[in-house]
Ligand binder design. Structure first.
Ligand SMILES: Cc1cc2nc3c(=O)[nH]c(=O)nc-3n(C[C@H](O)[C@H](O)[C@H](O)COP(=O)(O)OP(=O)(O)OC[C@H]3O[C@@H](n4cnc5c(N)ncnc54)[C@H](O)[C@@H]3O)c2cc1C
Length: 322
């Protein structure tokens, strides 16, 4: 009996979301009176895996090999399920990010486990297994009772605080049969943003209120001053003012940064669906009736072309870079 946590990598580095999942899994294991272990797939790991013990995991199983290069969720799921079975894990924890969404349900099928995706808190484990999760695009919560012996949980990004102690994890190789991927990647386009949108603590996002792509300089200036990732509303991406990977919302990327600054965006329900889990929302809009103000923690009614440069200057001053 143990809790197994999937450790997600980007360019060989452990993702922030994986640190959250590790902290969550370790706390769940402590609550259940068992141990937490991690699993990492692939040979190209540049992070020090032993240091992940600081989150409370005792052991990390590393499955090496080139078989994970294609990023095939079916291959990942087969191997994670094998590790879960071999280690006797009762609960497998993922981050509910792009890879978690692709792998967790497949692992659940293989383990005949109940799946909760979008968990936001530790389960209640007093004689039951009740997991709190987001529903209706973050507008409400539901408590889901998982009754299967094995359980898979996908934790919403940025819903659990990372904790660090002074533990060290034992890193052990795990020999698994890695199936050949049925997918052949023939090319890839890497996003070139300085800060990854889904991992970003701060996001500056702009909409049609910017009038055209030629005006994005002042948005980028604020993003640079705040060390933020850039995002945009859907019509902006549809009009090719900005690349589609920046489009957030119901049909775009769902994010939950600590700070979301929305500039010249009306706040349509489909936009809010992807950003309303942000911890603090700041809205800049010239229309005081813009729906986004209802979801905002702070609002500035004004013309972006006047407000934004002053905002950026103020941020630089506070940061001492003016
Ligand atoms: C099925 C479906 C899915 C969708 N999915 C998404 C999605 O994932 N993401 C998404 O974003 N949208 C999505 N949409 C579109 C959504 O309904 C809205 O149309 C869209 O979000 C509006 O984008 P916007 O706020 O940039 O533009 P607008 O609605 O045109 O709003 C522009 C805002 O800028 C303000 N403004 C204008 N000039 C200035 C100025 N000088 N200074 C300050 N403020 C100014 C205006 O007051 C206005 O509030 C979807 C729609 C559908 C039907």
């Amino acid at each position: 009996m143990s809790v197994l946590i999937f450790i997600d990598l980007v360019d060989g580095q452990v993702k922030k979301a994986a640190h959250e999942a590790l902290t969550y899994g370790a706390k769940l294991a402590a609550q259940m009176g068992t141990t937490a272990e991690g699993v990492v797939l692939g040979s190209e790991v540049s992070s020090d895996l032993g240091e992940l013990g600081a989150h409370g995991v005792a052991k990390i199983h590393q499955v090496s090999g080139d078989g994970f290069k294609e990023g095939d969720a079916q291959v990942f799921a087969k191997v994670v399920a094998d590790v879960a079975e071999a280690t006797g894990a009762d609960v497998v924890v993922f981050s509910n990010n792009t890879s978690g969404k692709a792998i967790a349900p497949r692992v659940a099928v293989r383990l005949k486990a109940g799946l909760v995706s979008g968990a936001v808190a530790l389960p209640e484990t007093d004689g039951s297994f009740l997991v709190r999760k987001n529903v209706f695009s973050g507008k409400a919560f539901a408590k889901v009772s998982v009754k299967t012996a094995k359980k898979v949980i996908a934790l919403n990004v940025n819903s659990f605080t990372i904790e660090n102690g002074d533990g060290k994890a034992e890193v052990v190789p795990f020999r698994a049969e890695v199936p050949t991927s049925k997918i052949k990647v023939i090319g890839s386009n890497k996003t070139t943003g300085k800060v990854s949108l889904t991992e970003a603590e701060v996001v500056v996002s702009a909409g049609r209120g910017m009038k055209g792509p030629e005006n994005w300089g002042i948005v980028e200036d604020l993003a640079t001053a705040l060390d933020a990732a850039l995002a945009c509303s859907r019509p902006v991406a549809d009009a090719h003012w900005r690349p589609h990977n920046e489009h957030v919302g119901q049909t775009g990327v769902a994010i939950a940064p600590n700070l979301y600054v929305a500039v010249g965006i009306s706040g349509a329900i489909q936009h809010l669906a992807g950003v309303n889990r942000s911890k603090v929302i700041v809205v800049i809009n010239k229309d005081p009736e813009a729906p986004f103000f209802k979801a905002a923690d702070y609002g500035i009614v004004g013309d972006v072309f006047e407000v934004l440069p002053k905002f950026t200057e103020a941020v630089k001053k506070v940061k001492g870079v003016a």
